[in-house]
Unconditional design. Structure first.
Length: 390
C-alpha cells in the first residue's frame, strides 16, 4: 500500500475503531496493514508497532486465533482473533479483537463484516470523487481548446471510458440565485452517469463556473430537432428540457452542432451568452436564438456603445414614460416576425396604435429613412442593451 493511501487508510481506521469499540463492550480493537503494522488501535500506544498474527492472517487470507497457550509465538500480539479484511477478493488489511475465542467468536465475525463493508464504501467514495475530479479536468481541458491528441485529454478519456461521438453539442444549465439547485442537479447527473454505461461513455459534465455544462453526443433524431427544442423527447437532453418546464428558474442553452473538438471554445461562448439572455430554453441552431446570440456578442464588442447612444437619443426625443412602452412594443413585433395583427393582439392594442408606436420609435431614433434591415439591426442591438439595464 502506497504511503499516502496507507496514511488515509490509517485515519479512517482510527475513526472506525474509536466508534466501534463501545459496541463490543469496550474491548481492544486493532486494524493492521498487510505487513503487520498496527495502523489504528484503541490502545494508541501500540500504533506503529508490529503484530505477527496480523501478518500471518494477511499472508494466508485466513483468521489467526491467538490464545494464552500460543501467544508467545506471535510477537507484538495479545490474545484474540485476527481476521483478514477483503475487498474484491484482495486482502487490504486485518482487524483484530482482544479476548478469548469463545467470548469473541461471533463479535469478531460481525466486526469483520462491518469493517469490510466500511472500507469498501470508503473506497467507492474515494473512487467516485476521483472520477468527478477527472471529469472536471477533462471538460475544462476540452473547453480550453486542447486537441484530442493531447496526452492529458487522451489519458483522462481512457481512464473515464469516455468516447465522444460526432456530432455533439455543449449544453449549459443555469439557475440564477439557485446555485444549490444546480449542485443538486450535478449530483443527479452523477447518479445517472454512474448507473448508465452508455450515458457515461458518450457524455461529460461539470461546473467549471456558475453553470452546469454537459458535453453531449447527439442521439438519433436529436440533430434535426435542435432548432425546436420542444420536439426533443426522452434521452438525456429530453430529461434536461423536462426539468426546465418543471422549474421556472432553470435555463437551458444549447450550442451549435459541433463536428470537431476545436469548435468547443466557440460553443462555450454561445452557451454562456444564451444563458445570460435569460430564455427558458434556447439553441444556437434556432435561427432566432442564433441571431440573438450574435447581437449579444456584437453588443459586448462595440455595438453596445452605439446602442447606448441611440437609447439616449430616444430618451431625449420622447417623454421618459414612453421609452419602455415603445421598446416593449417593438420587441413583441419582432417576436411575431413582423405580423402586425398578432403583435397587436398580444399587446391588447389596436393595430393602428401599434403602427403609430413603431413610427414614433423610428422617428425618435432617427431611423425613419434607413432600410428595414439596418433599422431592425440597430433596434435589436438597443433591445439587448436595454435588457441588460433591467
Amino acid at each position: 500500500m502506497k504511503k499516502q493511501r496507507q496514511t488515509e487508510f490509517a485515519a479512517l481506521a482510527q475513526a472506525f475503531v474509536e466508534a466501534t469499540s463501545p459496541l463490543v463492550s469496550g474491548r481492544t480493537i486493532n486494524i493492521m496493514a498487510v505487513d503487520g503494522t498496527i495502523l489504528a488501535s484503541t490502545e494508541k500506544e501500540r500504533i506503529g508497532t508490529y503484530h505477527h498474527g496480523a501478518r500471518l492472517a494477511a499472508e494466508t487470507g485466513k483468521p489467526v486465533i491467538i490464545d494464552a497457550r500460543n501467544v508467545s509465538r506471535y510477537p507484538g500480539a495479545k490474545e484474540g482473533a485476527n481476521l483478514p479484511i477483503l475487498d474484491n477478493g484482495r486482502v487490504i488489511g486485518v482487524v483484530g479483537l482482544y479476548g478469548e475465542e469463545r467470548e469473541i467468536r461471533d463479535a469478531a465475525n460481525l466486526l469483520r463484516v462491518y469493517v469490510t463493508q466500511f472500507f469498501r464504501q470508503q473506497r467507492q467514495v474515494r473512487e467516485k470523487k476521483f472520477r468527478q475530479k477527472n471529469r472536471s479536468r477533462l471538460l475544462q481541458a476540452l473547453l480550453s481548446g486542447i486537441r484530442e491528441e493531447d496526452d492529458e485529454v487522451r489519458n483522462l478519456s481512457r481512464a473515464l471510458g469516455f468516447q465522444l461521438q460526432i456530432p455533439f453539442i455543449l449544453v449549459g444549465m443555469g439557475a440564477p440565485q439557485e446555485t444549490e439547485f444546480l449542485q443538486d442537479l450535478g449530483e443527479q447527473m452523477d447518479s445517472w452517469w454512474e448507473q448508465d454505461p452508455s450515458l457515461r461513455r458518450r457524455n461529460l459534465f461539470g461546473m467549471p463556473e456558475q453553470n452546469l455544462m454537459i458535453l453531449h453526443s447527439l442521439e438519433q433524431g436529436e440533430r434535426e430537432r435542435l432548432g425546436d427544442l420542444g420536439k426533443i423527447q426522452g434521452g438525456l437532453l429530453g430529461r434536461l428540457l423536462d426539468l426546465t418546464r418543471q422549474k421556472p428558474f432553470l435555463r437551458v442553452a444549447v450550442s451549435h452542432c459541433c463536428e470537431t473538438l476545436e469548435e468547443l471554445p466557440e460553443a462555450e461562448k454561445e452557451v454562456e451568452i444564451l444563458l445570460d439572455l435569460g430564455m427558458e430554453a434556447s439553441s444556437a441552431e434556432n435561427p432566432r436564438d442564433g441571431v440573438s446570440c450574435l447581437l449579444a456578442r456584437l453588443e459586448n464588442h462595440g455595438g453596445g456603445a452605439l446602442a447606448r447612444r441611440k437609447l439616449r437619443q430616444l430618451e431625449q426625443a420622447v417623454p421618459s414614460g414612453q421609452v419602455q412602452t415603445l421598446l416593449d412594443t417593438v420587441r413583441v413585433y419582432y417576436e411575431e416576425d413582423g405580423a402586425l395583427q398578432k403583435a397587436a393582439d398580444r399587446l391588447a392594442i389596436h393595430k393602428n396604435t401599434l403602427q403609430y408606436r413603431l413610427h414614433r420609435l423610428y422617428e425618435g431614433l432617427d431611423l425613419g429613412e434607413t432600410s428595414g434591415f439596418a433599422r431592425e439591426f440597430v433596434i435589436r442591438l438597443l433591445l439587448v442593451e436595454n435588457g441588460k439595464k433591467k
